[in-house]
Design a protein around this ligand. Structure first.
Ligand code: FE2
Length: 375
């Protein structure tokens, strides 16, 4: 039987929801005001909306920043003994809500609950003078949640309850366009449970899988399966640790996050060289592979449009599959704990995830882990 391409496998998903895209990603962070400044300064996000004491909220505040179609909500508690505060105490800064944009939030919620999703909250209507937004939530791995967002009848800046966030400080964007994929780290033995969840409950299909033979270095190993919805706009690779000589990167994450959660957010650009140069100059730190990676690059990936020198200078990685190639690079972790990081990706036909780079990349990651005394 002919092996299907990733695109062909995506088309097999039963897109009954359907999902139009990632609406927002909400992170619980210990200092939302400063985190928003970091995402603006370092990553080029733009100020979008704010909710807090001035808008009638009493116990938390949120800053919303946007770049292209990527929206981050950064939320902190305003007092002690809150649920958000407990979350931050246990996990540090991290992704709490992955919001998915739908045409009908009630129908999406009812369909997935009927298929076995556990409810986080029932459909809720929020209104202000600009219209209404309907949301509903379901539980995921660890303390992470999916929110369905229906905003067909909303004309405001972001959500009811938020006001436009205007500021004199508006650093230029860095060319980030949309969320390409978001990766989960789950506990040993839990990967297939979440693969089944995305397949049976959400109607996704499995487009790729990697085992410890693909993803193994001298020290550590992991297994991964990639789930996609039918239109390919929502892709969730799910990792679990595999037994290795020493502690794997997934184990380190689980130890410091305290449970399963989002390991990285991959964001797409149309010009990775310009974007990464800009990010680097603004203080974003990237994982580096050895310079020898570039000696054999063209033998491995064939002809590419880009010059090798800037890729080498910046540490951008390249991989090819049967549909084209991709360029990618990974930041170091972006908060106090060694948990979440970002990937910058530019796809030129390839719909896969850079399997050819795993070894070099994971060795770079393990050097960081060793520096932290966690290998
Ligand atoms: Fe990735």
């Amino acid at each position: 039987m002919k092996t299907l391409t990733v695109s062909e496998k995506m088309a097999q998903a039963q897109d009954f929801l359907p999902l139009l895209g990632t609406d927002y990603i909400e992170l619980y962070v210990s200092n939302a005001k400063q985190a928003a400044h970091y995402y603006k300064t370092a990553f080029g996000f733009q100020s979008l909306a704010y909710a807090g004491l001035e808008t009638g909220r009493r116990d938390s505040e949120s800053y919303v920043v946007q770049q292209g179609k990527i929206r981050l909500i950064l939320t902190s508690p305003l007092k002690g003994n809150t649920e958000i505060g407990r979350h931050i105490d246990e996990h540090g800064d991290g992704v709490k809500h992955i919001a998915l944009w739908v045409d009908d939030a009630r129908a999406a919620y009812e369909a997935v609950v009927k298929r076995g999703a556990s409810s986080y909250y029932e459909p809720r209507v929020e209104e202000d003078e600009y219209g209404k937004v309907i949301t509903a939530g379901i539980n995921l791995y660890g303390e992470t949640k999916h929110i369905f967002v229906e905003r067909t009848e909303y004309g405001g800046v972001f959500f009811p309850g938020f006001t436009k966030w205007e500021t004199r400080y508006n650093p230029a964007p860095t060319g980030l366009k949309y969320v390409d994929h978001m990766v989960a780290n789950v506990e040993l033995g839990e990967m297939n449970k979440w693969v089944d969840f995305y397949e049976n409950v959400m109607g996704f299909s499995q487009i790729l899988s990697f085992d410890d033979k693909d993803i193994s270095t001298e020290y550590s190993a992991l297994m991964s399966k990639v789930m996609s919805n039918g239109n390919g706009r929502i892709k969730f690779p799910i990792n679990e640790p595999a037994p290795g000589l020493k502690k794997s990167q997934v184990d380190e994450y689980l130890e410091f996050y305290g449970t399963a959660g989002v390991q990285h957010i991959a964001v797409a650009t149309d010009n990775i060289v310009e974007t990464v140069r800009d990010l680097r100059d603004r203080g974003v730190e990237f994982l580096r592979v050895p310079a020898t990676y570039y000696d054999t690059l063209l033998d491995r990936v064939g002809e590419i449009d880009e010059d090798i020198e800037p890729l080498k200078e910046l540490g951008v990685l390249v991989d090819r599959d049967d549909e084209g190639y991709l360029l990618q690079i990974f930041t170091k972790t972006v908060q106090a704990r060694p948990t979440m990081f970002f990937e910058i990706i530019q796809r030129k036909g390839a719909q896969s995830f850079g399997k050819g780079n795993f070894k070099a990349l994971f060795e770079a990651l393990e050097r960081e882990q060793a520096n932290r005394g966690n290998l």
